[in-house]
Design a protein around this ligand. Sequence first.
Ligand code: GLN
Length: 516
Amino acid sequence: MIAVHRLGVARISSASANLRRNHTWSQCFDAIQSRNPTYNALISVQSRSALEQSAAASDKRYQQGKPLSPLDGTPVVVKDNFCTTALPTTCASNMLKDFTSPYDARVVQLLTDAGAIMMGKSNMDEFGMGSANIYSEFGPVFNPLDGPKQPTLDNHRVAGGSSGGSAAAVALGMCKIALGSDTGGSVRLPASYCGVVGFKPSYGRCSRNGLVAYANSLDTVGILSQTVDDAQTAYDVIAQYDENDPTSMPVPLREAVDGQDRALAEKWSSDDLSELVVGIPAEYYVDPLSLEVKEAWRRGIQCLKERGASIVSVSLPHTRFALPAYYIIALAEASSNLARFDGIRYGHRSGDKNSADDLLYADTRSEGFGPEVQRRILLGTHVLTAGTYEKHFLPAQQTRRLIQRDFDDVFLSPNPLYSSKEAAAESMGTKAHVLLTPCGISSAPTIEESRHSSRPVDAFVNDVMTVPASLAGLPAIAIPFAKSSDSGYPIGLQLLSQYGHDRSLLRIARVLSECK
Ligand code: GLN
């Protein structure tokens, strides 16, 4: 009677549900066995016996009519920078190669408490630093569209980074849902390159407790899935207040924002978007955008228009400063966060474990960190030194504030983080409920192209579409929308909305994802 297994379908007979779920987890396990050696999406995989045990416990709950949540029995994958007790947490770094956490990250615990089955931990750019998933101690992740032949570095494409393993795992059927982390686009860009959904909730919605920090003021837990509905189901489970995360959105603010957000979500609950205003930011129309991305963007606009939405042009004048501001702030924070890996207390230790000489710190860090992480720590340390701090770091922080203001000026709803007085000073320019932009400047580049940008910083341009939302802490989602006519590789579009409007954004994203 039940033909399709969908997350969140509660009223299904338990016998059919068991069948489908068993089938699903074992199918995912088979996909891991057959495809991981080629694509390198997962760093560690849960044992078959442990998976069987979790699945049997879940079956039992369904038989008793007491599933823990709509996620009960759902196979999930977790990026390898979330602490887990069941499997090691390496951050794809030599620094943490032998590390297993004594506790689970809060979001991992929430997934487990909801009955989800953790299949494995996914590959990533070391400590989340990268856009192509080529900076991993475990080797690059290959794009799932590369075909089943053993990919080679020169003619195969990247999965995107830094959550490339999570995006590829979803696309390759190794799980239904994957967790990623998004500091400047690390969930959205790989989602776009791999043709899956990638959702970055508002900063502070999901706990970062147990997520190994890259840049605290930007790090956000993200969700990758095949459909927007699946992302929504996972979001409902993991978007909880956590007293152990000082940046977790406080409960009173959550309640206030949720009221507004739910009312909007109700409005966009059907395909009829006639009251929706969609803003198209002129500043995202940049030179490096490929023709086919421009064409996908045009078709995305058309799609929303056909569903009744009004399309307006909006202006975010400080967008062009977002990339430099992001790389100054992110690397400064990274240099401070990664200082703890010193060979004394955390991570890899160079040489004899019981002795410490003058070079311990330097040796530990040059053996433990890969070249990209070293480069970023150097740059981050540099921008925090006297003189450079005033010249670069402080202006970057000021620019961040201007970028946040730009967004506040174009959204119809005020930013709930600021008082109504501050909001009253907003501009009277054109406003919108959501913004539609491309997600990346092109479809996935080849691994070789990504490795040989003429200067390492040239690779940063891939993040130009995603970092502004990160600087402003806004919710943003990548939707698979088109395929490159040349290569057949996926192209994603990005929807952004006001801080806290996560659920209403998901509703609109679902409509966009169904336009083909
Ligand atoms: N590509 C960006 C960077 O390298 C974003 C990474 C991320 O979001 N973790 O910083």
